[in-house]
Design a protein around this ligand. Structure first.
Ligand SMILES: [Zn+2]
Ligand SMILES: [Zn+2]
Length: 258
């Protein structure tokens, strides 16, 4: 379960990662968020289909007592959505997880408290994929025509991944300065177009305007949400931490809600 091997390729040549990024750009969402969601599901399917009896994977699963809560429930949903899965694989895995926990429970308070504190194997791999795709995006923007493809596509990098790609370009150095400027210009143009669609939607709500709302205008707010916050199912959201300074404000909100 590793990110696509960094295969040798001629400068400027299109490769498998380029093809994946290009395909992901056919959708009006963040291509990196989309690829991460796909990778995340792929990793869980791999655990269920190929690694049920794998001792190395089992050891890692034991350390987290069977993935983090988010991924454990995603595994649950994937299992139930597959008619070919009879529950044997998950039963084998989670019987072992529960036995591991029971052993810790009976061993003492300290062992019990530490059980399941290890890292989630899917979270770890998703992070690796995220770094890989961000670097791949940046590299191919400099070396290939990926930026032109991005420019023409309906895709928009979310704020988080735009920043990550920009930082990766910064790390490349002076050779990437022009690409960085071009990426910024493309990103700004895409956001401007989105704002225009939203303004049109708002304008057309006036009863005096006879023009109908287009499908793109109607869903523009959903795209805006994706741009600002990342894709709905993007595992990247998991790493978002509430800034300390905002905790007071949040507490006030939750008091109202409660
Ligand atoms: Zn994203
Ligand atoms: Zn996880």
């Amino acid at each position: 379960m590793r990110f696509l091997k960094r295969t040798r390729r001629k400068a400027g040549a299109k490769d498998l990662i380029y093809a994946r990024l290009e395909e992901a750009m056919e959708r009006p969402e963040c291509p990196i968020c989309f690829l991460l969601s796909k990778a995340e599901r792929g990793l869980i399917e791999e655990i269920l289909y190929e690694h049920v009896q794998d001792p190395v994977v089992r050891k890692q699963l034991r350390s987290s007592l069977g993935l983090c809560p988010y991924h454990a429930w995603l595994l649950h949903d994937i299992t139930l959505s597959r008619p070919e899965m009879d529950g044997l694989g998950v039963t084998i895995i989670y019987e072992d997880m529960l036995s591991t926990y029971l052993e810790a429970l009976l061993s003492g308070e300290e062992q019990e408290a530490e059980a399941g504190n290890g890292p989630c194997i899917v979270c770890e791999h998703v992070r690796e994929f995220e770094v890989g795709y961000v670097e791949a995006f940046a590299g191919r923007v400099v070396e290939t025509g990926l930026l032109t493809t991005y420019d023409k596509s309906p895709a928009i990098l979310c704020v988080r991944h735009y920043r990550a790609v920009r930082d990766a370009l910064k790390r490349i150095g002076s050779g990437a300065t022009e690409a960085m400027e071009r990426l910024k210009a493309v990103q700004a143009r895409k956001i401007e177009s989105l704002i225009k669609l939203m303004k049109e939607y708002i304008r057309k709500q006036d009863y005096r305007v006879k023009e109908g709302v287009t499908a793109d205008e109607a869903r523009a707010w959903r795209v805006a949400l994706q741009v600002l916050k990342g894709g709905r199912n993007s595992p990247s959201i998991l790493s978002y931490k509430i800034p300390r300074s905002k905790k007071g404000i949040l507490a006030r909100f939750s008091r109202k809600v409660l």
